[in-house]
Design a protein around this ligand. Structure first.
Ligand code: HH2
Length: 276
């Protein structure tokens, strides 16, 4: 009996040091709590950690760059002192990305797709780190005000292509660009997020590695009688498996251990398909 080895998507573990993130806000605000959460995610098998200091949930208030830097840099340094795990920084501000990369981060996860500041794309090129370009309609404060699309997957694909072109025009190397459909960012819970999740292969077909962030998002609650964020693990895993089937390269999740296990079993089953 032979089987083909199928690689599972990489798993990015979420560490928020914000007082107001939708799913775990406040829980990891204290530096020691964030560090122990990061340790836990590393032990659980995270391939990379995504550290955020400004919530992007609908209606969230902006945080000053200095506050983000104060929350992130000591945490990055502390993780670096004990682990070689790659670190991503979830920020819209080039000055925060600069401080994070100087402290040891190797990926800039920008939910504004380098649109927030005039010098974002130039900063990304200069930093030479990997860059995630995510689709969002509007900005976090207003993005859920009646979003409209004619064909959501086509419009998201078009946007991501344009943002990747803009990044490359500013000097970001093609190999360093990731794209993300931005589940929940300026999208109706059901009418937009579900067709987008069903058409992830069209985003993968753009030719950039795709990051998918569906973990604990509201559409899961909407499909399960209003289940609370802490109670959305099953739906989060279902979305990660849909991403794996479509060929996404990485999933951004809160529950690392369970997701790694689900993706490993899924990859093993797909690898065994047609064998024996
Ligand atoms: N979702 C959130 C934050 N950052 N970055 C990418 N690339 N893709 C995502 O889907 C994504 C993201 C969710 O918002 P937040 O309020 O920060 O909550 P949490 O970090 O707990 O998921």
């Amino acid at each position: 009996m032979s089987s083909t080895r199928i690689h599972r998507p990489r798993v990015m573990g979420i560490v928020n040091t914000t007082p107001d993130s939708f799913s775990d806000g406040g829980r990891h605000l204290a530096p020691e709590a964030a560090l122990s959460h990061a340790r836990r995610l590393i032990a659980d098998g995270a391939d990379i950690l995504d550290l955020g200091a400004e919530s992007t949930r609908p209606g969230a208030e902006p945080v000053a760059a200095e506050v983000e830097i104060e929350r992130l840099v000591p945490l990055i340094a502390a993780i670096r002192a004990e682990s070689a795990v790659p670190i991503s920084v979830d920020t819209m501000k080039p000055q925060v990305a600069r401080a994070a990369v100087a402290a040891g981060a190797s990926m800039w996860n920008d939910v504004s797709a380098l649109r927030q500041a005039a010098d974002s794309a130039a900063a990304a090129a200069e930093l030479g780190c990997e860059v995630v370009l995510m689709h969002m309609r509007g900005e976090p404060r207003t993005m859920q005000h009646e979003p409209q699309y004619f064909d959501v997957a086509a419009e998201v694909a078009e946007f991501l292509t344009r943002r990747a072109e803009a990044a490359m025009a500013a000097g970001v190397e093609r190999e360093r660009i990731w794209v993300d459909p931005g589940i929940g960012f300026g999208k109706h819970m059901i009418r937009h997020n579900l067709p987008l999740l069903a058409a992830l292969d069209r985003i993968v077909a753009l030719g950039f590695p795709v990051l998918l962030g569906a973990s604990r998002k509201s559409f899961i609650g909407a499909l399960d009688n209003g289940a609370a964020p802490d109670d959305r693990l099953g739906g989060s895993i279902a979305a990660a498996l849909a991403g794996a089937a479509a060929g996404v390269a990485m999933v951004r999740v809160h529950d690392v251990r369970e997701t790694v296990q689900a993706l490993a079993v899924d990859a093993a089953i797909r690898g065994a398909r047609g064998a024996g």
